[in-house]
Design a protein around this ligand. Structure first.
Ligand SMILES: N=CN[C@@H](CCC(=O)O)C(=O)O
Ligand SMILES: [Zn+2]
Length: 412
């Protein structure tokens, strides 16, 4: 099946050669073709060019994209899409003056979601999560990472990971699974947190690996959650099972999580709202992708990741949603890109690069996703008629997407 898009106002993120990731000043450039055509063959990008050099092509379908922009679909490398229920009552508590920390200390927060998850049958968790996945796909997400971390028991964590596996089987976008058993210390382990780490490392992790339920390992390295020593121990244990780290660090406090991640060749270090000069320094010359989650900052009213400092020191940066019931009940990558521009002073070019090719890197997908490149998967967004690509982050809250294509097929 050959589909030809013609008269495309602008085709974004066109890379003739596959790039793994973009860093520093490279992120300022977003290669585009104006007045372009794009040929899709079955599920892949087959060719593209400018309209004045359109060869004769016998297509099964020709789509006139006049006035519209095409860009690769968003690569959302950090989500907690699999969960049960919601936490809107805590949202109201925060409006009435309680902090995220105070809510967590009262047994709310992650432990609240863990209780709900444990009480909800697997099929219902699947149905609720599938609905959220479909919602974000319609918003332009074409590859996603999903974490466990609301189980906090062997049964609960395996339930979550099995739900992720079922999503992988039933949806045709790449879904990367991450084991986040070390997300919070369950109430029963409050006085003996080391025993919970032992459970995660000695009991749950080997099962996760044995059943091949996750590719990545995560931990919430934060005061009141898990220490740097816990992080070191878990990442070393996970390495033996071939699980690569993608970790939660520097959300509220900088305690050395970045350095622990780097020591273990983390694929990504995520959150980074609180960054010391030495944290930026440590990331230089590594293969670890820093990941910012601006909708979490918006929702919790916490600082935004200092993107300018990160980029101006030559580092790469990816953007993701952090979709979860507590700190970010939104999986909208369009909003993330807008917030990156508005609140983090990233240029539209930097933000689009961060949400496509660098997001793909943070899921080890840069060879197949994240850019308009021959041979890559035909996962892309066709916008409505808009004046320019800068309009996308500028018109925050407006849905500028006309349709989304996954593996060459338009989402219904
Ligand atoms: N910070 C840790 N985990 C999630 C929030 C979890 C929750 O509040 O349910 C995050 O990335 O923001
Ligand atoms: Zn998270």
């Amino acid at each position: 099946m050959k589909q030809l898009f013609i008269n495309i106002k602008e085709l974004l993120q066109v890379r003739n050669e596959t790039v793994e990731k973009l860093s520093g000043a490279e992120m300022k450039e977003l290669p585009t073709l104006k007045n372009a055509w794009l040929l899709i063959e079955n599920d892949k990008i087959s060719d593209y060019g400018e309209m004045n050099s359109l060869p004769e092509i016998e297509a099964d379908k020709t789509i006139n994209a006049e006035g519209k922009i095409i860009l690769p679909s968003w690569c959302d490398s950090h989500t907690h899409i699999v969960y049960a229920g919601n936490r809107e009552l805590e949202f109201a508590d925060r409006i009435n003056g309680l902090s995220y920390e105070e809510i967590a200390n009262r047994g709310g927060g992650i432990l609240n979601s863990a209780k709900t998850l444990q009480e909800t049958p697997e099929e219902q968790v699947y149905q609720q999560s599938a609905k959220r996945l479909e919602e974000v796909m319609k918003l332009g997400t074409g590859a996603v990472e999903i974490k466990s971390g609301y189980g906090l028991t062997e049964e609960g964590e395996l339930k979550m990971l099995r739900v992720i596996k079922k999503l992988q089987q039933n949806y045709n976008i790449p879904i990367k699974a991450t084991f986040l058993g070390a997300h919070a210390i369950p109430k029963e382990y409050k006085e003996k947190p080391d025993a919970y780490m032992d459970l995660v490392i000695e009991k749950i992790l080997p099962k996760v690996a044995e059943e091949n339920l996750a590719e990545y390992i995560d931990i919430f390295c934060e005061k009141g959650y898990f220490s740097v020593a816990d992080t070191q121990k878990l990442l070393s244990a996970a390495k033996k099972f071939g699980l690569k780290p993608k970790i939660h660090v520097n959300q509220f406090n900088a305690i050395g999580g970045i350095q622990a991640g780097i020591e273990h060749d983390a694929l990504s270090v995520d959150h980074l709202e609180i960054m010391r000069p030495e944290d930026i320094e440590s990331l230089k010359g590594t293969t670890t992708m820093p990941v910012a989650l601006p909708s979490c900052s918006l929702f919790l009213s916490i600082p935004y990741t200092p993107a300018r400092e990160i980029l101006d020191s030559g580092l790469p940066l990816a953007l993701a949603t952090d979709f979860n019931p507590g700190s970010t009940p939104s999986g909208n990558m369009n909003l993330v890109v807008s917030l990156a521009c508005i609140k983090m002073k990233m240029t539209p070019e930097e933000a689009i690069n961060a949400a496509t090719i660098n997001g793909a890197y943070a899921m080890e997908l840069s060879k197949t996703h994240g850019s308009i490149t021959k041979g890559k998967k035909a996962n892309f967004i066709l916008t409505k008629e808009i004046p320019s690509y800068t309009f996308l982050p500028y018109a925050f809250g407006t849905n500028s997407i006309e349709s989304v294509f996954i593996n060459g097929k338009m989402l219904e």
